[in-house]
Each structure stands twice: as structure tokens, then as C-alpha cells.
Design a protein around this ligand. Structure first.
Ligand code: NAD
Length: 478
């Protein structure tokens, strides 16, 4: 569905994120006919560039990050003609008066803060000081949204001086992923799953986000963050919320976000024994973490596995196991819901029996897989075996399943539509920090060192124990 005509200012419009995600994403939506041709995209950053220079930068970004089948020279030129550039200093006065002349009144106005969070306050203040933003304007802010509760509160406070909550779009690009939204569709558009979606029937839930990339190239940022801040507090917390939340009364921004917030508030503190932190070391021909960061004695974790309970009626007694890491054996993100045993078995074949597992694959090959028991074929009597009911969304949906929009382009279109459902609310972010802060403080106070694991492996041995001692197993990372 096409959106209204808009003016989008991309602060940090020459940066890495703008080049890799924002510009290519906007181009793809333009190519798809979802952006009205009268819309304007205005890059605003520190570099001294003119409109032509910015268009050249955008042309290169499109050449590099948009697939060939969507690179139509005529469409590219028409898209580039909508781009312009203003050199601006977020901390000074340069460029603001020019920017004011570029943003039209009466169109949807959005300001994307694709800059370091330390500049958010400056941008918000100047947008008002120079009378560029109004009560209808929207601002989009990137992660990291703080590094603890205190800094997140400070960021929220500084934005709140100039914008209302309804104007602020905090991006967690995980929420823009097609399959992550599908989690809600699967749960709430089917009668099949919801009756079983509780501790009475669910033994445990595993959420895995495994990456093969190292932290090389962003070592100085990452070393101050670590896996807990970089992945768990935001992306994994969002996945956990979508799995665990109560059905919202409507697919409406505040209804959904109210339910997610309740989950975060119901999370138990995590005991030190229920966390394993890891740091990759050289292995399988790949270098170690310490070669990629500045501090040769860094205790930052590039891997984390933890067990958490949710203290509410639905989930009491069902542990959620979360793990994420860099430089692991394979790139995979999935949620696996393992169901309990049937109350009574009428079959003698105890050996063949396995529990039902519903696996929701977020990447690669997005889809769902439900493991069910059937009779093993053949004359050998009633022997049981487990088979997967496997569905690849791309295969099942044919053509339309292969053209899945990237998370960023979907989220930017939602900003223009004024739909905040897939954006984090300020209180959600603060509640998530409120849960992670004591965990991080705990290991910092104890001086815990992360356990080493080989690059290219499945993570530290101790993470296996986290499951084994509960009589459970992690699913293989592959
Ligand atoms: P970057 O360093 O590549 O680009 C920074 C941009 O900010 C440049 O355009 C620069 O000109 C501009 N800038 C810096 N100081 C300025 C000033 N005083 N006034 C005006 N403009 C100024 O950064 P990036 O990687 O594009 O990241 C931007 C934001 O997005 C950061 O908050 C980052 O944490 C977040 N983010 C980035 C990625 C990514 O993949 N790059 C992913 C998630 C979140």
C-alpha cells in the first residue's frame, strides 16, 4: 500500500547505516511503487557535499546493496532526483536554516537520527529551535538506546523535552523482520497453538541467535557493549516478549506494547549460576576476540547463554533459555518450543518417543517446522518415529514469498504511515534495562571472566551444562 507524500531527513545520511540499509531500502520501496514520486529524501550530515555528490553516493549504495533485478536505470534516476543534501552540524548552527527551506509544511515529516546517540538531544533541540519540526513530525532513533537504565532514562528525557511519545520511533530492526511479525500471526491468527501455549503444555523454550561474524571493524563499540547489551536487552528480549505475551485486544501499537511490557516486568532476576558468558578465541583458522578489540585483557562477552523464568500464570514453571554469540559455527536464528510429554502413553515403544517441538526459523530459510510422532513404516509392529512437518515460507508462498522486504524498509514505511506497533516504547526500553542492569552489575562486581570458546564452534562447554543439569539439550547450531 503506497504511503502519503513525505519529506524524510536522514541525519547521518552519509554514514554506514544510511548507505547499507536506509538508502537501498527507500530505493526498493520506490521501485515497488510504494513511495509517491513527490516525496523528498534529504541527507543531512557533517561532510561537505552538494546534491550531486549525495546522489553519486546514493547511486553507489544502490549498486552495491540492491539486487540486480531491481536496479532499473530509469527508476534509479527518478529516485535520485528526489534526493538532496544539506551539510549540517548537529552541535552548531551550520546548515539548519538551509534545512528549514527544504522541509515542506503540510507533508508527512520524518527525521531519522542515524547518528551516535550522544547527538540525539542536539538534533531534537535544534529541530525545534530552528522551527523545522512541528507537533506532527516523527523522529526515528537508532540503537543503542542507552547502555543502562540511567542512560536510557536520560535519552528518553531529552527526547521528551521536544517530542511526545507518539512522535518517537525507536528502531529495533528485529521487529521489522517478516518472520518476527509472523510470530504474532502464527500465535494469534490460528486456533491450533494458543490453547497449548502455556506452562501446562510447554516444557521449555529456546531462543537462539547465532552469528558467524566477528566483532572486527566495530570492536571499539562492541567491547563497551558485549552480547548482553548488544543483543539480549533489545532483540532477544523482543523475541521473548512476542512468544510469551498475552493476546493483545487488538493489533494496535499500545495494545501490543502494553502486553510486551507486562512480560518484561514479570521476568525473574537471573541467578549467576543460570548465566554463561563466553568470548571466542582463535580456532578453525579464525582469529580470537582479543585481536579484534583494543583492550588485550578485555572481559567483554561475545556469547551469552542464560535461563530465565517468567513469573506469571501462563509461564510459571517453563524456563526460557536464550543464547546468542558471534563467531559461532553457523548463522541461524530460531525459536524452539518444546512441548511436554503426553500424560499417558498407550504404546510400549518408549525408546522411539520424542517430544513435539515447534521450531520457528527466523533465518536462514524462514519457516516453521513441527516435529510430530508417527508410526515407523514397515512390518515391525507399532514402533514410533518422529517426522518434521516442514514449511518454508518462501516455498509455500511461491513468488510472493521470495520478495520479502528488508526490515529497515518496512519500518521506514511504518514511520511514514504513523504506525508505532513495531517500535519500542520508552517504558519498554527502560524496563528491559531494568532487568539487564543487575545481571551486568553482578558479573562486573564479581570480576567474572568470560569462558573461552573456539571461533567456529557452538559456544562454550559450560553453556551445554546449563541445559544438561536440567535434563535438557540445546538444539544444534547448523
Ligand atoms: P557512521 O559513523 O558510519 O556515520 C555517522 C554519520 O553521522 C555520518 O553521516 C556523519 O557525517 C554524521 N555525523 C557525525 N557527527 C555529526 C555532527 N556533529 N553533525 C551532523 N552529522 C554528524 O555511523 P553508522 O554506522 O551509520 O551509525 C549511525 C547510527 O546507527 C548509530 O547510532 C549506530 O549505533 C546506529 N546503528 C548502526 C548500525 C550499522 O549497521 N551501521 C546498526 C544498528 C545501529
Amino acid at each position: 500500500i503506497p504511503v502519503d507524500v513525505f519529506d524524510l531527513v536522514v541525519f547521518g545520511g552519509t554514514g554506514d547505516l544510511a548507505q547499507r540499509k536506509i538508502i537501498p531500502g527507500l530505493y526498493r520501496r520506490y521501485w515497488g511503487g510504494h513511495i509517491p514520486p513527490e516525496s523528498n529524501i534529504i541527507g543531512a550530515a557533517r561532510s561537505e557535499l552538494d546534491d550531486m555528490g549525495y546522489r553519486a553516493l546514493a547511486r553507489e549504495a544502490i549498486a552495491e546493496y540492491v539486487s540486480e533485478d531491481k536496479r532499473d536505470p530509469e527508476v534509479i534516476e527518478a529516485f535520485l532526483a528526489r534526493l538532496s543534501y544539506v551539510a549540517i552540524d548537529a552541535k552548531g548552527t551550520d546548515g539548519w536554516d538551509v534545512l528549514k527551506t527544504r522541509v515542506r509544511k503540510g507533508t508527512v515529516q520524518a527525521f531519522y537520527f542515524s547518528v551516535a546517540p550522544s547527538l540525539f538531544g542536539d538534533l531534537a533541540e535544534r529541530l525545534h529551535l530552528h522551527e523545522i519540526a512541528n507537533a506532527e513530525s516523527r523522529i526515528v532513533v537508532e540503537k543503542p538506546f542507552g547502555r543502562d537504565l540511567e542512560s536510557a532514562k536520560a535519552l528518553n528525557a531529552v527526547l521528551a523535552q521536544h517530542f511526545t511519545e507518539a512522535q518517537i520511533y525507536r528502531i529495533d530492526h528485529y521487529l521489522g523482520k517478516e518472520t518476527v511479525q509472523n510470530l504474532m500471526a502464527v500465535r494469534f491468527a490460528n486456533i491450533l497453538f494458543e490453547p497449548l501455549w502455556k506452562s501446562e503444555y510447554v516444557d521449555h523454550v529456546q531462543i537462539t541467535v547465532a552469528e558467524t561474524v566477528s566483532v572486527d571493524g566495530r570492536g571499539s563499540y562492541y567491547d563497551r557493549a558485549g552480547a548482553m547489551r548488544d543483543m539480549v536487552q533489545n532483540h532477544m528480549m523482543q523475541l521473548l516478549c512476542l512468544i510469551a505475551m498475552e493476546p493483545p485486544y487488538h493489533f494496535d501499537p499500545d495494545a501490543v506494547r502494553d502486553e510486551k511490557l507486562k512480560v518484561i516486568r514479570a521476568l525473574d532476576p537471573v541467578l549467576p549460576d543460570d548465566i554463561v558468558r563466553g568470548q571466542y578465541q582463535a580456532g578453525n583458522g579464525q582469529g580470537g576476540y582479543l585481536e579484534h578489540c583494543e583492550d588485550p585483557a578485555s572481559k567483554t562477552e561475545s556469547y551469552i547463554a542464560l535461563k530465565v523464568h517468567i513469573s506469571n500464570w501462563r509461564w510459571k514453571g517453563t524456563p526460557f533459555y536464550l543464547r546468542t554469540g558471534k563467531r559461532l559455527r553457523a548463522r541461524t536464528s530460531e525459536i524452539a518450543i518444546t512441548f511436554r510429554e503426553p500424560p499417558h502413553s498407550i504404546f510400549d515403544d518408549a525408546e522411539g518417543w520424542r517430544e513435539n517441538v515447534l521450531v520457528i526459523r527466523l533465518q536462514p530459510n524462514e519457516g516453521m517446522n513441527l516435529k510430530v510422532m508417527i508410526k515407523e513404516p514397515g512390518p515391525g509392529g507399532m514402533r514410533l518415529t518422529q517426522v518434521p512437518l516442514d514449511m518454508s515460507f518462501a516455498e509455500a508462498l511461491g513468488e510472493s514469498g521470495t520478495d520479502i522486504p528488508d526490515a529497515y524498509e518496512r519500518l521506514i514505511m511504518d514511520v511514514i504511515r504513523g504506525n508505532q506497533t513495531l517500535f519500542m516504547r520508552g517504558d519498554e526500553v527502560e524496563a528491559a534495562w531494568g532487568w539487564t542492569d543487575p545481571i551486568i552489575e553482578g558479573w562486573e562486581k564479581r570480576g567474572d571472566k568470560p569462558m573461552p570458546y573456539d571461533a567456529g564452534s557452538s559456544g562454550p562447554e559450560d553453556a551445554l551444562m546449563l541445559m544438561h543439569r536440567d535434563g535438557r539439550r540445546w538444539r544444534e547450531i547448523r
